[in-house]
Design a protein around this ligand. Structure first.
Ligand code: GDP
Ligand code: ZN
Length: 306
């Protein structure tokens, strides 16, 4: 019998597929085997159960999205991580660890480069009465922001509603409470804390595979243990420029048509910061990230004035 399900994990040619509330372990049909990305975690698939036991993935449904990771420093280093992710939930803490704007902006930029909807969560609001000021910058920039506290259970129902029925990837710095938030919503739903190492033909390497867990209220949560720190995923200069959504309306207004918004005269973004329309921390993050992406020398100010 053929049944439709979603891939929760894959390892060594075995796939765990979630079908109507139960997990099936299946292999893959020969013709689907070419290319490592033929079947990804998050793919909707049709599986055939065999009379003698076991089953195979027969076909893969068209994907709505593919979460990709760029390997820093390599131009063709794009790697597919998961399919059909609906949103990236970037979590930060209002305190312990201190809110780090640059780090949060990195996480947001990588999420934005994947062109997926983003939810920003400011957790540990119990530790900082003024925690909402961290989110205010992002609300002004147009982001959805949730404020949570695990011990006080603040914002947990709101977060549950936002995860419900969707495939969500949680990311953010270590120690901000990602595991705790999930566990508070669904006891037992913890993120794995460390990447598993295993041997491959290429030698020793870290398993980077994503894995997905059914969310009790509907939907799935994606965990990427080897890639947890998506803030360190590579970005191209073009990704960086696009990731700062609130720059959008100003970009075409700079004096130079190829303005990088670094220190060019007549930069509309710099002027928007001066007028208080863009947060200085955001322009600072943008500049630092842009610098990090520039391994090779790039032309400066060679564009024409408008
Ligand atoms: P992760 O690395 O992002 O998964 O963070 P954890 O969930 O492991 O949490 C790190 C620490 O922060 C743990 O000691 C948690 O108990 C604590 N923690 C998590 N959320 C909150 C919160 O909302 N408020 C407070 N005060 N502590 C929290
Ligand atoms: Zn500019």
């Amino acid at each position: 019998m053929d049944r439709r399900g979603i891939v929760l994990s894959k390892a060594g040619g075995r796939y765990r597929v979630f079908v109507d509330g139960t997990t099936h372990e299946v292999s893959i049909r020969g013709r689907l085997k070419q290319g490592a990305d033929q079947v990804l975690v998050g793919d909707w698939v049709v599986i055939r159960e065999h009379a003698e036991g076991g089953g195979t993935i027969e076909s893969v449904q068209e994907r709505v999205s593919v979460l990709r990771r760029r390997t820093p420093g390599r131009s063709h280093g794009l790697r597919s991580v998961a399919a059909n992710v609906d949103q990236i939930v970037v979590v930060g803490a209002a305190s312990d660890p201190d809110w780090n704007p640059h780090m949060m902006d990195r996480f947001l930029a990588v999420a934005a480069a994947n062109e997926l909807p983003i939810l920003l969560v400011v957790n540990k609001c119990d530790l900082a009465p003024d925690g909402s000021r961290f989110g205010a910058v992002y609300e002004a920039a147009g982001y959805e922001v949730s404020y949570t506290s695990v011990p006080d259970r603040t914002g947990l129902m709101d977060l549950r509603d936002r995860l419900q029925g969707r495939i969500s990837l949680l990311t953010g710095p270590t120690g901000v409470g990602k595991s705790s938030l999930l566990n508070a919503l669904q006891p037992g739903l913890r993120l794995r804390t460390r990447a598993v190492s295993r041997r491959s033909q290429a030698g020793r390497h870290t398993t980077v595979a994503a894995e997905m867990y059914p969310f009790a209220y509907g939907g799935f949560v994606v965990d990427t243990p080897g890639l947890r720190d998506i803030g360190l995923w590579g970005l191209e200069p073009a990704d960086v420029a696009q990731a700062f959504v609130e720059f959008g309306p100003y970009v075409g207004q700079c004096r130079f048509d190829n303005c990088r918004h670094v220190q060019e005269p007549g930069c509309a973004i710099g002027e928007a910061v001066t007028r208080g329309e863009i947060a200085p921390s955001r322009l600072d993050s943008y500049r630092r990230m842009l610098e990090e992406t520039h391994s090779a020398a790039r032309p400066w100010l060679t564009g024409r004035a408008r």
